[in-house]
Ligand binder design. Structure first.
Ligand code: GDG
Length: 471
């Protein structure tokens, strides 16, 4: 029953993090402020079609925080202690599932106590969702940290319509079955009525897995459904988009144009600016792109007097061992490139291991002639789409890994296999020397692809499809 102290919402979003952060920048007592991000942009417009919505997530800290409301959205914090974080987040989520789902870019580790911690925290999110969702309401669970939540929630609240979306790749069953908890993890997702993935391949991998584990049977031929006992689960692709207008408007802002011009001047007015923007993550292929640039400089095919690169590597998961090792490797490669090829005052690679402001990021997208997006594996990759959205004048070239989900839609980019260093070198050269008419033609097609799949439509489509599923 709804009470004022425990209001129930017709829509509940469950994600690892809340879309807010604590700020005491104003020098006062501090307050929660919205932290804009891809997920808020994608889910926000869909939320507004419901009478009210609650977002369940972690604040990022250890303290228990009472539910509160911000800009019309109810926020329901989940507390995670420091030791629990080590098991649930650093361990099972980012030491087991993240590497396994990304084709073992580093070896996945399997530890029983990590899984136990993961299960405990998943239960906490599921209980919070069970307590906040209205009778017959809709709950939308996000991502690999919360894979058990749909199943746990269904056990206690069979009245709910449950959606699940995985932001990262879903691996082939041959890889997944190594998980000692494969049945539980697959059954968790099967608790949903609608399971969304970034690509048709990922969705097919999941359906194949569910059948292989004997947890489901294939539904009607040619459909995206599988049958789980007396229920039907739809598992298909919902490739995520960006808020295109937001990026286009920001790119067209005269202040961004000034900033981009100023940036190029500060770089020493090079002929060509290469750009990489990633979380500092071993899946993103930052090291392999730096190696390709280093070899192109060594071969003499790139002239350090004419080409400059900016690499933004947003700090990420820096408590996890593999991220510390990657950071050292990236530092070393950049040190080598600049040591061997920079002139005083003119580094070849400008390395920003910090979170850059949105305005600065937009100026970089505008200043860059070539965008390098070279992950070994990536669910989608929004940076590729943001760059395209920012190139309203149809200039610029995108080098994109075949193994990013975005490559399915952005097939007019210069596609590369990130494991093929010679191929990567050739792709970079091709992008650097692309004639304007050809760049224009490709960018036009890329922009059409990005524009036709906007973030808000994505969220609305997912929730509308979930609403259509008979329960
Ligand atoms: C996961 C999946 C999937 C990056 N550095 C800065 C900054 N960013 C912004 C980018 C972009 C976002 O962060 C990164 O999104 P990606 O999609 O590239 O990658 P993940 O963080 O790995 O996201 C991915 C995504 O979920 C959505 O489903 O596409 O495959 O791995 O928006 O612009 N933003 C600012 N400063 C930075 O330094 N302001």
């Amino acid at each position: 029953m709804s009470t004022d102290t425990n209001p129930r919402s017709p829509l509940v979003v469950v994600a690892n993090r809340l879309p807010v952060r604590w700020s005491d920048d104003d020098g006062g007592e501090g307050s929660w402020i919205p932290s804009p991000g891809g997920l808020v942009a994608a889910v926000g417009p869909a939320i507004s079609t419901f009478d009210s919505a609650t977002w369940i997530g972690w604040t990022g800290g250890e303290d228990e925080v009472e539910p509160f409301e911000l800009e019309g959205l109810r926020l329901h914090p989940v507390a995670i202690g420091a030791e629990e974080k080590v098991l649930f987040y650093d361990g099972m989520s980012n030491g087991t599932l993240w590497p396994l789902y990304h084709d073992k870019a580093v070896p996945a580790e399997f530890h029983r106590h990590w899984f136990e911690g993961y299960r405990r925290i998943n239960r906490r999110y599921a209980e919070a969702a069970a307590a906040t969702a209205a009778e017959g309401g809709t709950v939308w669970v996000h991502d690999y940290q919360l894979q058990l939540v749909p199943g746990m929630l269904r056990e206690v609240r069979p009245d709910l319509r449950i959606g699940y979306f995985l932001h990262i790749p879903f691996p082939p069953p041959e890889l997944f079955v190594a998980l000692p908890w494969r049945e539980q993890l697959a059954a968790g997702i099967l608790g949903a009525d609608l399971a969304g993935f970034q690509t048709p391949d990922a969705a097919a991998n999941f359906r194949r897995l569910a059948v292989r584990l004997g947890l489901a049977e294939y539904g009607e031929e040619g459909s995206d459904t599988i049958i789980v006992g007396d229920r039907t689960v739809k598992a298909c692709a919902y490739p995520i988009g960006i808020d295109v207008e937001h990026y286009e408007q920001a790119a067209m802002d005269p202040a961004t144009t000034d900033r981009a011009r100023d940036l190029r001047a500060r770089l020493g007015a090079p002929q060509t600016v290469l750009l990489g923007v990633d979380r500092l993550d071993y899946t993103k292929g930052i090291d392999v792109r730096l190696r390709a640039v280093l070899e192109l400089l060594e071969d003499g095919t790139l002239d350090p007097g004419r080409v400059t690169m900016i690499q933004v590597a947003q700090p990420s998961r820096d408590d996890v061992e593999a991220y510390i090792t990657l950071r050292e490797e990236v530092d070393r490669l950049i040190g080598q490139i600049n040591g061997d090829y920079a002139r005083v005052g003119f580094p070849v690679v400008h390395y920003i291991h910090q979170d850059v402001e949105f305005d600065e990021l937009m100026a970089m997208y505008r200043a860059a002639d070539v965008m390098l997006v070279t992950p070994f594996r990536d669910g989608m990759n929004l940076v590729a789409k943001e760059y395209v959205a920012a190139r309203y004048d149809l200039t610029g070239a995108l080098v994109l890994s075949e193994f990013a989900g975005a490559a399915t839609e952005l097939s007019d980019a210069v596609l590369v296999n990130p494991y093929d260093i010679d191929g990567m070198k050739a792709a970079i050269l091709r992008a650097v020397s692309m004639e304007p008419p050809q760049a224009r033609e490709r960018m036009e097609k890329l922009r059409r692809a990005v524009q036709s799949n906007d973030a808000s439509e994505w969220g609305q489509r997912f929730l509308a499809d979930l609403g259509q599923i008979p329960i």
